[in-house]
Each structure stands twice: as C-alpha cells, then as structure tokens.
Design a binder for this molecule. Structure first.
Ligand code: 5GP
Length: 210
C-alpha cells in the first residue's frame, strides 16, 4: 500500500553576496524540483534589462513598498545596496500550508527576521565565493550594473559574508554542479526530518496496531 505522508512545507533560504552564483543555483534547483517555488520579492530597485516584472521581482515604487509594509503584508524587509526589498507574506503562508517548499533569495537581515518569526520552518544555506577576485570578475561579467554599483556591491559583499555563521549550511561555490548537488542533498535530507512529517504519528500507530 502506498502511503501518502502530508508534510508542512519548509522555507529554504539562500543568502550570499551578489555575484557568488546564488541566482544561478536557485534557478537550477527550481527547474528540477516541482515541490519548490520561489518567493518573489517586491523591490524598489530599477529593473535590469534581463529581468521580468512578476518573475524575478515585483518592481514597485517607494510609496507602494511602504504601504505594503504598513499593512503588514511583508514577512520581512530590508534595505540592501540603497534599495528596499521585501517578502510578500500571503504566497508563502499558502505554499507552506499546502505542503510546498519555498525558496528565498534574501539577505542576512531578512533571514534573521524570518528566523525569529518562523524558527521551525527554516533551512538556511550561505553561498560563499571561492575568492574575492572571482566575485569581482563575476560582477563585471554580468555587466548589467554600472561601475559605481559594482563598487558598492563589492563593499557590501564583505558585510554579507560576515554573517556566514548565522546559517546552518555553507556551500563554497567553486563548481556549479557540485554546489547544486550539495543544495539538492540538503533539501532532500531536510524534507525527511521527523518534525516535518507530522502525519507519521498516525502511520506508526497503524503499523503498531497491525
Ligand atoms: P539584487 O539587487 O542583486 O537582485 O539583490 C540584492 C540583494 O538583495 C541580494 O543579496 C538578495 O538576496 C537580496 N534580496 C532580494 N530580495 C530580498 C528580500 O525580499 N528581502 C531581503 N531581505 N533581501 C532580499
């Protein structure tokens, strides 16, 4: 008999400095895993040419952002690189309740807020670059931001990296396929945790009554 064990979804948080390869890693994880969906943040940042509104972010103006925040619609929010970013609450709560996992690409400030609010549901992974030189090279290769923006992101990278020890998992991204494999294994193991499978209590009771 096949048993279907309903579980509560988990919140997989990926943080890293800009350019460490976190977005590529997220995209690959999402592509291969139907039970995982991305939390689409709202931001006041300018849209990059390659970005699609409603897919990568919801791009809003400051007034709309503040209004959402004041209505309590954001699970967390932070100022990063001079722009505001926040996580809309509704889609996350709906996904978790229906047993779906949610991936968050957010910074250390947002991670702390979610960790305080929902400590049992989170799994935190920090992605480190192999070197600062490689980080700079990746930011320059991306070539979607101006030199001033790249400079600011590199300075902020040091602050972000300083919070690496607030995460239970750390991946040094020197090889994309290996990093993807590591993230996949973390997700698989976390899904099997007993506390995430409350319906097992009934299954075990049935087993013991046979
Ligand atoms: P980018 O502008 O390069 O897309 O993102 C800049 C930084 O903001 C990244 O570190 C990203 O993880 C973070 N970020 C994106 N969305 C959110 C969010 O909703 N909340 C928080 N706290 N950080 C976010």
């Amino acid at each position: 008999m096949a048993i279907e064990v309903v579980r509560r979804g988990l919140m997989l948080i990926l943080s890293s400095p800009s350019g460490a390869g976190k977005s590529t890693l997220s995209r690959l994880l999402l592509q291969e895993d139907r039970d995982l969906s991305l939390s689409i943040s709202v931001t006041t940042r300018q849209r990059r040419p390659s970005e699609v509104d409603g897919v990568h972010y919801r791009f809003v103006n400051s007034a709309d952002f503040v209004a959402m925040r004041e209505r309590g619609e954001l699970l967390e929010w932070a100022e990063v690189h001079g722009n505001l970013y926040g996580t809309p609450r509704g889609p996350v709560e709906a996904a978790l309740a229906s047993g779906r996992d949610v991936l968050f690409d957010i910074d250390w400030q947002g991670t702390r807020q979610i960790a305080d609010a929902m400590p049992d549901d989170i799994v935190r992974i920090f992605v480190l670059p192999p070197s600062m030189a490689e980080l700079r090279a990746r930011l320059e290769r991306r070539a979607e931001d101006g030199a001033d923006v790249i400079g600011r992101r590199l300075a902020n990278a040091r602050t972000e990296i300083g919070h690496w020890d607030e995460y239970e998992y750390v991946i040094v991204n020197d090889d994309l396929q290996r990093s993807l494999g590591a993230a996949r294994m973390i997700l698989a193991a976390e899904r099997q945790k007993r506390v995430r499978q409350p319906a097992l209590v009934e299954h075990v009771a049935r087993l013991l009554s046979e």
